[in-house]
Design a protein around this ligand. Structure first.
Ligand SMILES: [Zn+2]
Length: 460
């Protein structure tokens, strides 16, 4: 106990000085705590009466975890929940260690931790999660974890380490995700059954998991909603999408409402974020929250007040303009954001794409060539493109090859200057889509905060 006490207090002190020196969001408290007591995370979370839940997957884990946290808090649960991005084992440790100011143990009901795939085996081993939710598996930037199978293996190892009786909440529409639930006794699946699949042909090039995870044959799709997500089946071995327990059966884009069926019941839920991937995030959160005891019929009222986490499709107003901010970090994520742009029914739309190549962005920008601008450009109805950031010229070249005329592409390397110029030159009815990589998002955020253009920004 002395060791734990010492580790926690030294870590909090490290966090305090780290914040004083202006380095917010540091993982230093996690480093210090684990150095002084390697079991610190485990010791702290095992005291939580309702245990730990881990949310993982390539895309959407931040939003899914934020939506779930929102639903749980509205139900009166007290949570330990990490900030977006603090999702490696050091970040999880820093979050739990700093959950309280003066008490040693977090006085919460449960920990809800967004967890990077690479940290899943260790997080599972140390926190003994009562539930693991998996959103999807895409190849992230190749310079991070390499191949898709590595990512799947890490999550599988985490599941094997879960105690008996642990619950899985899995995306039935992603073959690789669904397959990790095969043979596991406690699985809840979520998925979509919409009448129209969305622009089926456009995503040929971003298919990450088109082969049957059981026998290796190419998969066939009855419906495909985006990338490799949909209602699939294998001719080779007969494996097919598991029947979802929570299933989106309707999506009214005008009224921003989805219909979700579970057993004999149907709930209608408001969806405050555009794009089909947010439909997946929402149904994942609904399935997870229901599993943890939130009554589905109360969710609609809660969700109408939800505001997305910073950068995962944040809307701000800047000098009368509707400005959408959406992080882009890999080909599939970028494609999804462009799909949301296509869904924006505003008559006039301009885009600002900011590409940096610092470590946190991924140092290899060749992934821009995997975004299918050629197919998407005609659907976007974007009149003007501004490109910015350290690799602004790479982005400009990419747009040129996608057939976008030179006179519609403006290069301004400094992100703040680009944003200012763009806003100053655009008529107020133009809606503006800002699509930055991670460190570029931080720059834009700082600029907006300094100039008081925004309602508020969440930490993170
Ligand atoms: Zn098969």
């Amino acid at each position: 106990m002395m060791r734990l006490w010492f580790a926690v207090w030294m870590a909090r002190l490290a966090g305090f000085f780290s914040r004083l020196s202006g380095r917010g969001g540091s993982s230093l408290p996690g480093v210090v705590a684990r150095k002084l007591d390697p079991q610190v995370l485990s010791k702290l979370v095992t005291r939580l009466p309702q245990g730990t839940i881990l949310v993982t997957g390539t895309n959407g884990k931040t939003t899914t975890a934020a939506l779930t946290a929102f639903l749980l808090r509205n139900q009166g649960y007290r949570l330990v929940h990490n900030r977006a991005g603090a999702n490696l084992i050091l970040g999880l440790t820093a979050t739990v260690v700093q959950a309280e100011k003066w008490h040693l143990f977090p006085r919460a009901d449960m920990a809800l931790l967004e967890t990077d795939e690479a940290s899943m085996p260790r997080a599972s081993q140390e926190t003994h999660p009562r539930a693991i939710a998996v959103t999807n598996f895409f190849r992230d930037q190749l310079d991070r974890y390499g191949e898709l199978s590595t990512t799947v293996d890490m999550v599988q190892r985490a599941i094997l380490q879960m105690d008996n009786g642990g619950q899985l909440i899995l995306n039935a529409d992603d073959p690789q995700v669904a397959y990790v639930g095969q043979g596991y006794p406690h699985v809840v699946y979520f998925g979509l059954d919409l009448e129209k699949s969305i622009r089926l042909a456009r995503f040929q090039d971003t298919l990450d998991a088109r082969f049957c995870p059981r026998c290796g044959e190419p998969l066939n799709y009855r419906m495909r909603y985006y990338a490799h997500l949909g209602d699939y089946y294998c001719i080779g071995c007969g494996w097919q999408r598991p029947t979802p327990d929570w299933i989106v059966t309707g999506w009214n884009k005008e009224q921003n409402i989805i219909a979700v069926d579970h057993k004999e019941h149907r709930v209608r839920l408001p969806i405050t974020m555009p794009g089909i991937y947010n439909v997946y995030n929402l149904v994942a959160a609904v399935a997870l929250a229901a599993q943890l005891g939130v009554e589905p019929s109360t969710m609609g009222e809660s969700l109408s007040h939800f505001e997305p986490a910073f950068g995962r499709m944040e809307s701000v107003v800047m000098r009368g303009h509707q400005v959408w901010l959406a992080l882009v970090k890999n080909p599939v994520g970028f494609t999804q954001v462009l799909e949301a742009v296509a869904d924006d029914t505003n008559q006039q739309k301009w885009a600002l794409v900011i590409i940096n190549d610092r470590y946190a962005d991924g140092t290899d920008v060749s992934w821009l060539w995997d975004v299918d601008f050629e197919a998407l450009a005609p659907t976007l109805r974007l009149e003007q493109w501004w490109v910015s950031g350290i690799r602004a010229y790479d982005m400009a070249v990419r747009l040129k090859y996608a057939g976008i005329a030179d006179e519609r592409v403006h290069v301004v390397r400094d992100p703040s200057a680009a944003l200012e110029q763009m806003i100053n030159q655009s008529p107020s009815e133009v809606s503006v889509w800002v699509m930055p990589t991670y460190t570029a998002l931080l720059e834009v955020r700082q600029h907006l905060t300094q100039h008081h253009f925004t309602r508020h920004f969440r930490e993170g």
